[in-house]
Design a protein around this ligand. Sequence first.
Ligand SMILES: [Mg+2]
Length: 291
Amino acid sequence: MHRNETILAVDDKKENLDVLLDILEDFDVIPVTCGQKALEIIEQETISLILLDIVMPNIDGYEVCKILKSQPATKNIPIIFTTAKTDEDSISKAFQSGANDYVSKPLKRSEVIARVQTQIKLKKTIDDLEYLASRDTMTGVYNRRKFFELSTPIFDLYEENLFVSMLDIDHFKKVNDSFGHDAGDLVIKLVAKTISEMLPENSIFARIGGEEFVAVCIDDSTDRMTQLFENIRTAIASSSVDYNGHDISFTISNGVAQKNLSIQSIDELIKQADLALYDAKNSGRNKIVFR
Ligand SMILES: [Mg+2]
Protein backbone atom coordinates (compact mmCIF):
# COMPACT_ATOMS: atom_id res chain seq x y z
CA MET A 1 0.00 0.00 0.00
CA HIS A 2 3.02 2.31 0.31
CA ARG A 3 4.93 0.80 -2.57
CA ASN A 4 5.65 4.13 -4.18
CA GLU A 5 7.47 5.31 -1.05
CA THR A 6 11.08 4.19 -0.78
CA ILE A 7 12.58 4.34 2.70
CA LEU A 8 16.30 4.19 3.31
CA ALA A 9 17.16 2.35 6.54
CA VAL A 10 20.68 2.93 7.87
CA ASP A 11 22.14 0.94 10.77
CA ASP A 12 25.52 -0.70 11.32
CA LYS A 13 23.87 -3.71 13.00
CA LYS A 14 22.19 -6.14 10.64
CA GLU A 15 19.74 -7.35 13.33
CA ASN A 16 18.43 -3.78 13.72
CA LEU A 17 17.87 -3.56 9.96
CA ASP A 18 15.98 -6.88 10.08
CA VAL A 19 13.67 -5.44 12.75
CA LEU A 20 13.05 -2.35 10.57
CA LEU A 21 12.42 -4.44 7.46
CA ASP A 22 9.85 -6.46 9.41
CA ILE A 23 8.10 -3.39 10.85
CA LEU A 24 8.05 -1.60 7.51
CA GLU A 25 6.93 -4.60 5.46
CA ASP A 26 4.33 -2.48 3.64
CA PHE A 27 7.01 -0.07 2.40
CA ASP A 28 9.77 -0.41 -0.11
CA VAL A 29 12.87 -0.37 2.14
CA ILE A 30 16.53 -0.18 1.13
CA PRO A 31 18.74 -1.34 4.02
CA VAL A 32 22.36 -0.16 4.28
CA THR A 33 24.96 -0.70 6.98
CA CYS A 34 26.99 2.51 6.92
CA GLY A 35 26.74 6.26 6.43
CA GLN A 36 28.91 6.29 3.32
CA LYS A 37 26.69 3.74 1.60
CA ALA A 38 23.63 5.78 2.60
CA LEU A 39 25.03 8.91 0.92
CA GLU A 40 25.73 6.90 -2.25
CA ILE A 41 22.22 5.42 -2.43
CA ILE A 42 20.61 8.85 -1.97
CA GLU A 43 22.42 10.10 -5.06
CA GLN A 44 21.04 7.21 -7.14
CA GLU A 45 17.51 6.65 -5.84
CA THR A 46 14.46 8.74 -5.05
CA ILE A 47 14.15 8.39 -1.30
CA SER A 48 11.00 9.46 0.58
CA LEU A 49 12.37 9.15 4.10
CA ILE A 50 15.47 8.04 5.98
CA LEU A 51 15.62 6.05 9.22
CA LEU A 52 19.08 6.77 10.54
CA ASP A 53 21.08 5.13 13.30
CA ILE A 54 23.27 7.52 15.33
CA VAL A 55 26.19 5.40 16.52
CA MET A 56 28.02 3.99 13.51
CA PRO A 57 31.73 3.65 12.67
CA ASN A 58 33.36 6.21 10.30
CA ILE A 59 30.53 8.66 9.55
CA ASP A 60 27.97 8.69 12.36
CA GLY A 61 24.28 9.54 12.01
CA TYR A 62 24.68 13.19 13.07
CA GLU A 63 27.25 13.71 10.32
CA VAL A 64 25.13 11.99 7.63
CA CYS A 65 22.18 14.12 8.67
CA LYS A 66 24.18 17.38 8.54
CA ILE A 67 25.50 16.55 5.06
CA LEU A 68 22.03 15.76 3.69
CA LYS A 69 20.39 18.81 5.26
CA SER A 70 23.07 21.10 3.81
CA GLN A 71 22.40 20.10 0.19
CA PRO A 72 19.46 21.48 -1.84
CA ALA A 73 18.74 18.13 -3.51
CA THR A 74 18.39 16.26 -0.21
CA LYS A 75 17.49 18.83 2.42
CA ASN A 76 13.75 18.13 2.18
CA ILE A 77 14.03 14.37 2.73
CA PRO A 78 12.70 13.71 6.25
CA ILE A 79 15.17 12.03 8.61
CA ILE A 80 14.10 10.05 11.65
CA PHE A 81 16.85 8.96 13.99
CA THR A 82 16.63 5.50 15.47
CA THR A 83 18.55 5.61 18.70
CA ALA A 84 19.18 3.98 22.05
CA LYS A 85 20.59 7.30 23.25
CA THR A 86 17.60 9.13 24.65
CA ASP A 87 19.38 11.46 27.08
CA GLU A 88 18.61 15.13 26.59
CA ASP A 89 21.99 15.99 25.05
CA SER A 90 21.76 13.26 22.40
CA ILE A 91 18.20 14.22 21.44
CA SER A 92 19.14 17.89 21.30
CA LYS A 93 22.15 17.08 19.12
CA ALA A 94 19.90 15.04 16.80
CA PHE A 95 17.55 17.97 16.22
CA GLN A 96 20.45 20.41 15.89
CA SER A 97 21.91 18.29 13.10
CA GLY A 98 18.60 18.66 11.25
CA ALA A 99 16.57 15.58 12.23
CA ASN A 100 12.82 15.76 11.71
CA ASP A 101 12.04 13.25 14.47
CA TYR A 102 13.45 10.31 16.41
CA VAL A 103 12.32 6.89 17.67
CA SER A 104 14.00 5.14 20.56
CA LYS A 105 15.40 1.62 20.52
CA PRO A 106 14.17 -1.00 21.17
CA LEU A 107 11.84 -0.03 18.34
CA LYS A 108 8.07 -0.30 18.85
CA ARG A 109 6.21 -1.30 15.71
CA SER A 110 3.21 1.05 15.96
CA GLU A 111 5.36 4.02 16.97
CA VAL A 112 7.77 3.58 14.04
CA ILE A 113 4.91 3.24 11.56
CA ALA A 114 3.06 6.27 12.96
CA ARG A 115 6.13 8.51 12.91
CA VAL A 116 7.11 7.36 9.41
CA GLN A 117 3.58 8.00 8.10
CA THR A 118 3.45 11.46 9.70
CA GLN A 119 6.74 12.53 8.12
CA ILE A 120 5.81 11.17 4.69
CA LYS A 121 2.45 12.97 4.83
CA LEU A 122 4.12 16.20 5.91
CA LYS A 123 6.66 15.99 3.10
CA LYS A 124 3.87 15.45 0.56
CA THR A 125 1.99 18.48 1.86
CA ILE A 126 5.12 20.63 1.64
CA ASP A 127 5.86 19.36 -1.89
CA ASP A 128 2.26 20.12 -2.96
CA LEU A 129 2.43 23.62 -1.49
CA GLU A 130 5.75 24.30 -3.21
CA TYR A 131 4.28 23.10 -6.50
CA LEU A 132 1.19 25.31 -6.14
CA ALA A 133 3.26 28.32 -5.12
CA SER A 134 5.43 27.97 -8.23
CA ARG A 135 2.69 27.56 -10.85
CA ASP A 136 0.32 29.74 -12.80
CA THR A 137 -3.10 28.35 -11.87
CA MET A 138 -4.67 28.63 -15.32
CA THR A 139 -1.93 27.12 -17.46
CA GLY A 140 0.18 25.05 -15.03
CA VAL A 141 3.41 26.65 -16.30
CA TYR A 142 5.70 28.54 -13.89
CA ASN A 143 4.52 31.82 -12.43
CA ARG A 144 6.48 35.07 -12.25
CA ARG A 145 7.95 34.39 -8.79
CA LYS A 146 9.29 30.96 -9.77
CA PHE A 147 10.58 32.31 -13.06
CA PHE A 148 12.82 34.82 -11.31
CA GLU A 149 13.86 32.30 -8.67
CA LEU A 150 15.07 29.90 -11.40
CA SER A 151 16.42 32.34 -13.99
CA THR A 152 18.38 34.67 -11.70
CA PRO A 153 21.09 32.13 -10.73
CA ILE A 154 21.31 30.82 -14.33
CA PHE A 155 22.07 34.29 -15.68
CA ASP A 156 25.55 34.33 -14.13
CA LEU A 157 26.50 30.93 -15.58
CA TYR A 158 26.54 32.03 -19.23
CA GLU A 159 28.39 34.77 -21.12
CA GLU A 160 26.37 34.77 -24.32
CA ASN A 161 24.60 31.45 -24.84
CA LEU A 162 21.56 32.71 -22.96
CA PHE A 163 18.39 34.05 -24.58
CA VAL A 164 15.31 35.70 -23.15
CA SER A 165 12.14 35.61 -25.20
CA MET A 166 9.07 37.73 -24.41
CA LEU A 167 5.95 36.39 -26.11
CA ASP A 168 2.59 38.08 -26.29
CA ILE A 169 -0.71 37.05 -27.89
CA ASP A 170 -1.66 39.55 -30.61
CA HIS A 171 -4.95 41.48 -30.29
CA PHE A 172 -5.89 39.33 -27.31
CA LYS A 173 -8.44 41.86 -26.09
CA LYS A 174 -10.41 41.27 -29.30
CA VAL A 175 -10.77 37.57 -28.42
CA ASN A 176 -12.21 38.43 -25.01
CA ASP A 177 -14.44 41.18 -26.41
CA SER A 178 -15.78 39.05 -29.27
CA PHE A 179 -16.15 35.64 -27.61
CA GLY A 180 -15.91 36.23 -23.85
CA HIS A 181 -13.33 35.41 -21.22
CA ASP A 182 -13.85 31.64 -21.33
CA ALA A 183 -12.73 31.68 -24.95
CA GLY A 184 -9.81 33.93 -24.01
CA ASP A 185 -8.77 31.46 -21.31
CA LEU A 186 -8.78 28.60 -23.83
CA VAL A 187 -6.52 30.61 -26.12
CA ILE A 188 -4.08 31.37 -23.28
CA LYS A 189 -4.01 27.69 -22.28
CA LEU A 190 -3.35 26.51 -25.83
CA VAL A 191 -0.59 29.06 -26.37
CA ALA A 192 1.07 28.06 -23.07
CA LYS A 193 0.82 24.37 -23.93
CA THR A 194 2.18 24.81 -27.46
CA ILE A 195 5.16 26.88 -26.34
CA SER A 196 6.06 24.68 -23.36
CA GLU A 197 5.93 21.54 -25.49
CA MET A 198 8.18 23.04 -28.15
CA LEU A 199 10.84 24.56 -25.91
CA PRO A 200 13.89 22.40 -25.09
CA GLU A 201 14.00 20.59 -21.71
CA ASN A 202 16.47 23.02 -20.18
CA SER A 203 14.36 26.14 -20.83
CA ILE A 204 12.51 28.09 -18.16
CA PHE A 205 9.05 29.12 -19.26
CA ALA A 206 6.49 31.18 -17.37
CA ARG A 207 3.30 33.16 -17.71
CA ILE A 208 4.05 36.59 -16.34
CA GLY A 209 1.02 38.59 -17.35
CA GLY A 210 -2.50 38.17 -18.72
CA GLU A 211 -1.49 37.16 -22.24
CA GLU A 212 2.26 37.52 -21.78
CA PHE A 213 4.87 34.78 -21.45
CA VAL A 214 8.62 34.69 -20.95
CA ALA A 215 11.17 32.02 -21.75
CA VAL A 216 14.84 31.66 -20.92
CA CYS A 217 16.72 29.39 -23.31
CA ILE A 218 20.29 28.17 -23.31
CA ASP A 219 21.91 27.49 -26.69
CA ASP A 220 25.25 28.15 -28.39
CA SER A 221 23.58 28.66 -31.77
CA THR A 222 21.64 31.81 -32.61
CA ASP A 223 20.49 30.14 -35.83
CA ARG A 224 18.94 27.26 -33.89
CA MET A 225 17.18 29.73 -31.58
CA THR A 226 15.86 31.68 -34.55
CA GLN A 227 14.51 28.48 -36.09
CA LEU A 228 12.95 27.36 -32.80
CA PHE A 229 11.06 30.62 -32.30
CA GLU A 230 10.01 30.66 -35.93
CA ASN A 231 8.62 27.13 -35.49
CA ILE A 232 6.74 28.22 -32.36
CA ARG A 233 5.33 31.28 -34.14
CA THR A 234 4.05 29.25 -37.10
CA ALA A 235 2.69 26.46 -34.89
CA ILE A 236 0.59 28.99 -32.98
CA ALA A 237 -0.47 30.86 -36.13
CA SER A 238 -1.78 27.62 -37.60
CA SER A 239 -3.55 26.42 -34.44
CA SER A 240 -7.05 27.42 -33.36
CA VAL A 241 -9.53 27.06 -30.53
CA ASP A 242 -12.99 25.68 -31.15
CA TYR A 243 -15.42 27.64 -28.97
CA ASN A 244 -19.21 27.33 -29.28
CA GLY A 245 -18.89 26.55 -32.96
CA HIS A 246 -16.47 29.41 -33.58
CA ASP A 247 -13.06 28.63 -34.92
CA ILE A 248 -10.85 31.18 -33.16
CA SER A 249 -7.36 31.65 -34.55
CA PHE A 250 -4.65 33.88 -33.16
CA THR A 251 -0.98 34.79 -33.46
CA ILE A 252 1.88 35.79 -31.18
CA SER A 253 4.62 38.38 -31.32
CA ASN A 254 8.02 37.54 -29.91
CA GLY A 255 10.93 39.72 -28.80
CA VAL A 256 14.22 37.90 -28.23
CA ALA A 257 17.36 39.26 -26.58
CA GLN A 258 20.70 37.48 -26.34
CA LYS A 259 23.00 38.00 -23.40
CA ASN A 260 26.25 39.91 -24.00
CA LEU A 261 28.93 41.38 -21.77
CA SER A 262 27.22 44.76 -21.52
CA ILE A 263 24.12 43.20 -19.93
CA GLN A 264 24.52 42.90 -16.18
CA SER A 265 21.36 41.24 -14.92
CA ILE A 266 18.39 39.11 -15.90
CA ASP A 267 16.20 42.21 -15.48
CA GLU A 268 18.26 44.10 -18.06
CA LEU A 269 18.08 41.18 -20.48
CA ILE A 270 14.31 41.00 -20.02
CA LYS A 271 14.11 44.73 -20.67
CA GLN A 272 15.95 44.21 -23.98
CA ALA A 273 13.57 41.39 -24.94
CA ASP A 274 10.65 43.63 -23.99
CA LEU A 275 11.93 46.38 -26.32
CA ALA A 276 12.26 43.79 -29.10
CA LEU A 277 8.68 42.67 -28.43
CA TYR A 278 7.58 46.29 -28.65
CA ASP A 279 9.26 46.52 -32.08
CA ALA A 280 7.56 43.29 -33.18
CA LYS A 281 4.17 44.70 -32.14
CA ASN A 282 4.76 48.02 -33.87
CA SER A 283 5.94 46.50 -37.11
CA GLY A 284 2.95 44.33 -37.84
CA ARG A 285 2.72 41.57 -35.17
CA ASN A 286 2.86 37.77 -35.77
CA LYS A 287 6.63 38.13 -35.99
CA ILE A 288 9.90 37.75 -34.12
CA VAL A 289 12.37 40.56 -33.48
CA PHE A 290 15.90 39.76 -32.27
CA ARG A 291 18.04 42.24 -30.38
MG1 LIG B 1 24.69 1.63 15.58
